[in-house]
Design a binder for this molecule. Structure first.
Ligand code: SAH
Length: 264
């Protein structure tokens, strides 16, 4: 139990919705606010990417409502989910909308918040650790390093219809930042890599795919931009891909599977 008063944490009021990021998987990465929300919520509307160990922290008796993909069928549509949040709140419940990573990083948190605001339902946004940051740290890859990059680009590898987002200016992305972090890109890595190489990135540039980051099934594959499409075939989602010189630091910084001080 968290001592909310001591930490000065806000009350989870009946009739309100908290949009909470659950982080990439490891329950140790939950925020104090996320833990409180799990302990207090009456209804929890959660996505497929929320780790089972985190849902197990829900208050006994809380109503768990799954809003993700089921057996290959498309996810519950967004207006339905937003309407559900509004009606649960209007019934006077404390509603926890729990999303993997951060709710506002490729997570439609903004859309749901807009619907709540339009309906006059009070809400709070609780950030979570996004997979493209936490997942890299668990792979021993620093997102920035003074020797390699002072900018990062986060991008989604597919658009709302599941295709490579063609409206993106791939030439500009290729030139824009030394480190690129791709979400939802596993299926399209070959085509994305080709566009980045056409935009001037070297096929020899280091790249890594981090699958199931921060969970006991985490797997990291280090490769090069030119080889990404080929190595992606054997990797399970969800996965983030990082392209850039920072990947080289993993050789020295893989604290999770090769901690410093252990013999090689
Ligand atoms: N809101 C989430 C992102 C949702 S989009 C966040 O902030 O992390 C879904 C994508 O997130 C996946 O396709 C994958 O690219 C990434 N992702 C989410 N959880 C992950 C995990 N545990 N390991 C690796 N990638 C993950």
């Amino acid at each position: 139990m968290i001592d909310k008063a001591r930490l000065g944490l806000p009350e989870f009021a009946r009739g309100s919705v908290w949009l909470v990021g659950a982080g990439p998987g490891d329950p140790g990465l939950l925020s104090a606010l996320a833990l409180c929300a799990l302990e207090e919520a009456d209804s929890i509307v959660f996505d497929a990417l929320v780790d089972a160990r985190i849902l197990a922290l829900a208050r006994p008796g809380a109503f768990l409502d799954y809003a993700g993909k089921r057996g290959g069928r498309p996810s519950a549509n967004q207006p339905d989910i937003s309407a559900r949040l509004v009606s649960l709140a209007r019934e006077g419940r404390r509603v926890l909308r729990l999303k993997g990573g951060d709710p506002c990083v490729f997570g439609r948190g903004g859309e749901e918040a807009l619907a709540l605001a339009a309906a006059g339902v009070p809400f709070r946004i609780v950030p979570g650790i996004t997979a493209g940051i936490g997942g890299l740290s668990y792979a021993g890859i620093p997102l920035t390093h003074r020797d390699t990059n002072s900018a990062v680009t986060f991008l989604s590898g597919h658009n709302s219809s599941g295709e490579v987002p063609d409206r993106l200016d791939w030439q500009a992305i290729a030139r824009g930042a030394p480190v690129l972090v791709l979400y939802m890109a596993l299926k399209h890595l070959e085509r994305i890599a080709a566009r980045l190489i056409a935009g001037g990135r070297s096929p020899q540039e280091p790249a890594a795919i981090v699958s199931k980051a921060t969970t006991p099934q985490q797997r990291v594959v280090v490769s090069t931009l030119g080889e990404l499409g080929r190595v992606a075939a054997g990797i399970d989602p969800p996965a983030v891909t990082v392209i850039g010189e920072v990947v080289r630091f993993r050789a020295a910084l893989d604290w999770l599977t090769a901690p410093a001080g252990t013999p090689p």
